[in-house]
Ligand binder design. Structure first.
Ligand SMILES: Nc1ncnc2c1ncn2[C@@H]1O[C@H](COP(=O)(O)OP(=O)(O)O)[C@@H](O)[C@H]1O
Ligand SMILES: [Mg+2]
Length: 284
């Protein structure tokens, strides 16, 4: 029996007549990393802000470990850590001071704050920079600090809003490592992203969200198995057509027939991007 960490039911949000969320539902199991994957304006940030009660929902319910925010706002809030998309650290203060302030805001005893600070600096490989002003840190280190700050009060559920937007490939990989490490230490994670590769690599399950609606949700592997694990891209004068195959032998046979008259054929593994393209084809 797996416990449910987060349950979102028929959530709606209307901003002055414009619907941003049209009744989305999903559950995140304890220990799971669940991603909301979708383009800009899909409603990802709105969903996270409602869960943390920064924004009020127009309708629907949110349960965090079985409790609603209206029931017990203080307790529910303490179980959630929120990493916003935009870096809102105090640039003039040091790394340790930023963590201290967060701990104090959450009413943690000083001794616990100190212990937790050192633990988290270790995890994020920031120990050497603990006494540096935040403004002196690189973008990647700031991002890492932003993430561990949300972990100061040891939340059981961590919400990460587009944690790697605009970062270079090396830094992205560092952040991915940190996120997986946080999950492995027992924290449940709800992540939003518009990067297909990020969602595929990190998630136990993914929900595709577009224009305030979840159009499909499953594990990356199940999505890929349903479509076929191999893809053949055939480039033509009019564009590109992709064919999907359940097994490699069939894909290779097809590849051979095509290469006889064209070089512009590629055999590759199917990715979540294929799933997205397939799912959204009929919307276009
Ligand atoms: N404070 C706001 N007032 C009015 N409209 C908003 C506000 N915040 C977001 N929206 C609109 O709601 C939709 C969803 O936005 P958002 O949740 O930020 O999407 P995402 O995070 O997926 O990019 C967008 O159309 C956006 O313009
Ligand atoms: Mg957003």
């Amino acid at each position: 029996m797996s416990e449910i960490a987060l349950e979102v039911r028929n959530l709606t949000k209307i901003y002055s007549n414009t619907p941003a969320l049209k009744g989305i539902s999903f559950t995140v199991k304890k220990g799971e990393l669940f991603s909301l994957l979708g383009p800009n304006g899909a409603g990802k940030t709105t969903t996270l802000r409602i869960i943390t009660s920064l924004t009020k929902a127009s309708g629907g319910t949110v349960l965090v470990f079985g409790k609603s925010l209206n029931e017990d706002e203080k307790i529910v809030k303490r179980r959630i850590g929120f990493v916003p998309q935009h870096i809102n650290l105090d640039m003039e203060l040091t790394v340790r001071e930023n963590l201290l302030i967060h701990g104090l805001l959450y009413g943690m005893p000083l001794r616990e704050i100190k212990k937790r600070t050192e633990e988290l600096l270790e995890i994020a490989e920031l120990k050497e920079r603990g006494n540096s002003k935040v403004k002196e840190l690189s973008g990647g280190l700031k991002r890492r600090l932003l993430i561990i700050r949300a972990l100061m009060h040891s939340p059981a559920l961590l919400l990460l809003d587009e944690p790697t937007v605009g970062l270079d490939p090396h830094i992205r990989r560092k952040i991915w490592g940190l996120i997986k490490q946080i999950q492995n230490s027992g924290t449940t994670i709800l992540l939003t992203t518009h990067y297909m590769d990020e969602a595929e690599l990190l998630s136990d399950r993914v929900a595709f969200i577009i224009s305030g609606e979840i159009i499909a949700q499953d594990s990356p592997l199940n999505f890929i198995k349903k479509l076929g694990e191999y893809a053949l891209d055939i480039f033509t004068d009019t564009g590109i057509s992709t064919h999907y195959f359940k097994n490699k032998e069939d894909a290779e046979k097809a590849l051979q027939t095509h290469t006889t008259y064209s070089n512009h054929v590629t055999l590759r593994k199917v990715t979540l991007e294929d799933i997205f393209v397939k799912l959204t084809e009929r919307h276009l």
